[in-house]
Structures are given as structure tokens and as C-alpha cells.
Design a protein around this ligand. Structure first.
Ligand SMILES: Cc1ncc(COP(=O)(O)O)c(C=O)c1O
Length: 455
């Protein structure tokens, strides 16, 4: 049977599909792209135009597109057993959990599977509350502390602990017990400090928040090691040591969101490993399957897991079940994906090509619009300003023109969003980890050309 025409697909989509983050009024005049195929770091639209996908979809296609091996692993698993509730055992989930534990050096050796980053964070928060109730039954530890401008997912609790005003505004009120502290952001320091001093002030604000709330009421802190969406904030080791010490001091669990940071993105398997941190739980999704199947997970320490052990009638077990949790075909995709990453040393490639990309992006600092450049591995941001001295964030219309200009030249870059209050002025770059040095140069050259022509 012949494929329906592109026009037919666009019409059908307009008639029936409700797209996320998209104003549908007038969409027939400015149709969305029909993405048909992809390979490596390149996507191809229905007209055969090719684009370098410098965002790896939504920060997630880590092994790149077109991996036949993953498709075959999923196909075979679907024939054997597509799915069975994770109240019993399936082979790929067990093997994937073992592999994940290995990648954390055995520290985070208990894996709870879900289907997305949102669900991983939501599950970690619930596990944190249950843990605190089991371990400290006389303390009402239900509060969570997150960071301003952070994103942890779409559900009400993950939105509540996140700090993106434009993502949250329409859906409140949120429950009690979600507290926000400043991120480590020396370029825009709310304390008027620079460098590590600025970050340590942000860490002290965390301690102050715990004391203000009453430590006996705080269940957990949840943060990304490197805060991605706001514009890739890369803290110093001193910041992270201070945050971890504060959590320990007050009996607060440390949950690190590795949904974007994880699986080689920053040049190591997990970003917390750059800092030698010992989180109580990490949450993962995105790169765990590189988008070939939906999957997420919470990885927990022995200490956290052990708190849930007891006799059957004690009710200490984790009280949550997801229909698709531990989905066999998704876990088969995850296993093959990690095998490829290991075989091709993609974390190593991210470190090498990422350093090359960053040195290229650094040369853009000479342009009048470039306020700051930050990056680690293949996770980078270029912060654009209209006045370098005043650090005035570039306005929305010019930001849109930069994104458009790059796309017209065949390169898809991202943009920080949801930040409200005049921010949203960072170009974000998070390409597949198979990116070559030549492709990295193309990203830099394209940005240079677009920014040079910007008026
Ligand atoms: C840091 C972070 N955590 C969690 C999520 C939510 O993941 P998902 O979209 O898979 O629910 C995202 C999504 O972009 C994210 O960037």
C-alpha cells in the first residue's frame, strides 16, 4: 500500500493531534516539520532536507539514530515476551538492573523501573517520604527542597519541586512542602558574589532553608548535578561537597536527577561521578535507551533499600506499581544501548568532542551578543545578552531568530525555556554522543554566522 502523501499527514495531524507546548491557532500557516528518518546525528524531513540534530531530540538520543542492533534486540524480545508485570521477574530487566548497578560502581545497586524521567523523580520522592517514615517514624519529614529554575518533570509533584515559573503558573496551587533555593549561577549571582564564593553562598542558602523549615520536616533535596534546562550550570566540586555535607548533617536524603546528565552526556557515565558524590538515590531516563523505547528508573543505595525490608505483614515494601514498569522490550533496548555506549566508549567521545566543541564555542565570546559559554562533555549552553556589561538577557524575538537562523542553515539547537522573568536567553546544545569534531565545528560555525548577522 502506498504511503499517504505528506500533505495528507499534515492535514490529519492538524485535525487530530494536540501537540505539547504548541499554539495550534494558525498552525496550518506555519506547519510543524514532518520528521521521517534519521541516522547518526542527522534527522531528515519529509522533503528530504537534512538537519544536524544538536539537541539529540530532547537531550536523549545518546547513541544516535538508526541503530539496527537496538531494533533487533527489541524485536526479538517482543517475540519472546513483550511484557509481563514487574511483580515477577523478566530477563532483560534483571540484566539491565545489574548493568546499571555496575555503572555506579555497585553503590546504587537497587533499581526501581518506571517509564519516564517524570515518573522516576515522582517515584524517588515517594520512596524518600516512605524511607523517612520508616527510619524516623517520629519526625514528619515530608518536605522537598529543589532549586529555582530547575525542571524535574510534568506531574504535579515534580512541577512543584521544580522552579520554572512559566511551566508551573497555570497548574497551581501546589501542595505544602516544596521549598526552593537559588541555583549555583555565578554569572547571575543573587548574592552579588563571583565564582566559587557565589556557589558557596547558594549552598549556605540550602542550609538556611533546611533550618528555617525545621530539619525534622525535610525528607529530601532533589537537584541535577549539572542544571541543564536553564542553561547548563556547572558547579565547582566545593559547591557539591558543601551540599552533600549539609544533607548528611540534617538527615536529608540527596536525590540527584541524572535524567539529562546521565549515560555519558557529560563525559562520564553519570555527572555525579565528576564530583565523587555519594547520593542516596539517582533518577534516570532519556539516555538509558537513547529514546528507542520509553524507560526510566530510580537507583538507590543499600541503606535506602534496607529500610524497606521487613515481615510481609509489616507493610514496609514500596507501595507503588506501574503497569509498564520494568517493561521487557524497553529494558532490552536499554541493555543493547548501554552495550553500544560501552563498546564505542561514547562517554569518552563526549569528553573529547565536548572539549573540542567548548573551545569552539568559547571563540564566540568575542561577539557582542555572547555573555557566557558553559559546557561539560556534550552538554553546553551559550548565554546571549543584548548588553554585555549589564548582562541584559537577549529578548525573545531575537532568541527565536537565532533558533530559526540555525535551522535554516540545517542545524537544530535548543533554547532554555520556562524560566520567566526575562530569562530564556540560553542556546542549548546536547547532541548525540556520536558527534564528530567536524559536526561540532559546524555547530560553532553556524552559530557564529547567525549571531554575526543578527541585528
Ligand atoms: C532534568 C530532567 N528531569 C526530568 C525530566 C522529565 O523527564 P520526562 O520528560 O521523561 O518525563 C526532564 C525532561 O526534560 C529533565 O530535563
Amino acid at each position: 500500500m502506498a504511503k499517504p502523501s505528506v500533505q495528507h499527514i499534515v492535514r490529519t495531524d492538524l485535525d487530530h493531534v494536540w501537540h505539547p507546548m504548541t499554539q495550534h491557532k494558525g498552525l496550518d500557516k506555519r506547519p510543524l516539520m514532518v520528521v521521517e528518518r534519521a541516522y547518526g546525528s542527522t534527522i531528515v524531513d519529509a522533503e528530504g532536507r537534512e538537519y544536524l540534530d544538536a539537541m539529540a531530540g530532547l537531550w536523549c538520543v545518546n547513541v544516535g539514530y538508526g541503530r539496527r542492533e537496538i531494533a533487533e534486540a527489541v524485536y526479538q524480545q517482543m517475540l519472546d515476551l513483550p511484557y509481563y508485570p514487574h511483580l515477577q521477574i523478566n530477563r532483560p530487566a534483571a540484566e539491565l538492573a545489574d548493568k546499571l548497578a555496575d555503572l555506579t560502581g555497585g553503590r546504587l545497586r537497587h533499581v526501581y523501573f518506571v517509564n519516564s524521567g517524570t515518573e522516576a523523580n515522582e517515584a524517588a520522592m515517594k520512596l524518600a517520604r516512605q524511607y523517612q517514615r520508616l527510619v524516623r517514624p517520629n519526625e514528619p519529614r515530608y518536605k522537598f527542597i529543589g532549586r529555582q529554575l530547575a525542571y524535574h518533570g510534568t506531574s504535579l509533584a515534580t512541577l512543584a519541586v521544580g522552579g520554572l515559573p512559566e511551566r508551573k503558573r497555570r497548574f497551581g496551587p501546589y501542595g505544602d512542602g516544596f521549598v526552593h533555593v537559588p541555583p549555583p549561577y555565578p554569572y547571575r549571582c543573587p548574592f552579588g558574589l563571583e565564582g566559587v564564593a557565589s556557589e558557596l553562598a547558594a549552598a549556605r542558602a540550602l542550609e538556611q532553608a533546611i533550618r528555617n523549615e525545621g530539619p525534622e520536616t525535610v525528607a529530601a533535596v532533589i537537584m541535577e548535578p549539572i542544571q541543564s534546562g536553564v542553561g547548563v550550570l556547572i558547579p565547582s566540586p566545593e559547591y557539591w561537597q558543601a551540599v552533600q555535607d549539609i544533607c548528611r548533617r540534617y538527615g536529608v536524603l540527596l536525590i540527584l536527577d541524572e535524567v539529562i546528565n546521565g549515560f555519558g552526556r557529560t563525559g562520564m557515565w553519570f555527572a555525579y561521578q565528576h564530583y565523587g558524590l555519594e547520593p542516596d538515590m539517582i533518577t534516570v531516563a532519556k539516555g538509558i535507551t537513547s529514546g528507542y523505547q520509553p524507560l526510566g528508573a530510580v537507583l538507590a543505595t543499600e541503606d535506602v533499600f534496607a529500610a524497606f525490608l521487613g515481615e510481609p505483614d509489616e507493610g514496609r515494601e514500596a507501595v507503588q506499581v506501574n503497569t509498564w514498569g520494568g517493561h521487557a522490550a524497553a529494558c532490552a533496548a536499554g541493555l543493547k544501548n548501554l552495550e553500544i555506549m560501552e563498546r564505542e566508549d561514547l562517554p569518552g567521545n563526549a569528553a573529547r568532542v565536548g572539549a573540542h566543541l567548548l573551545s569552539g564555542l568559547d571563540t564566540l565570546r568575542e561577539l557582542p551578543w555572547v555573555g557566557d559559554v558553559r559546557g561539560k562533555g556534550l552538554l553546553a549552553a551559550v548565554e546571549l545578552v543584548s548588553d554585555k556589561e549589564a548582562k541584559t538577557p537577549l529578548d525573545g524575538a531575537r532568541m527565536a531568530a537565532v533558533i530559526r537562523g540555525c535551522k535554516e542553515r540545517g542545524v537544530i539547537v535548543g533554547r532554555s525555556s520556562g524560566t520567566g522573568a526575562g530569562l530564556g536567553n540560553c542556546i542549548t546544545i546536547s547532541p548525540p554522543l556520536v558527534l564528530t569534531a567536524a559536526e561540532a565545528d559546524r555547530i560553532v560555525d553556524t552559530l557564529r554566522e547567525v549571531l554575526t548577522n543578527l541585528s
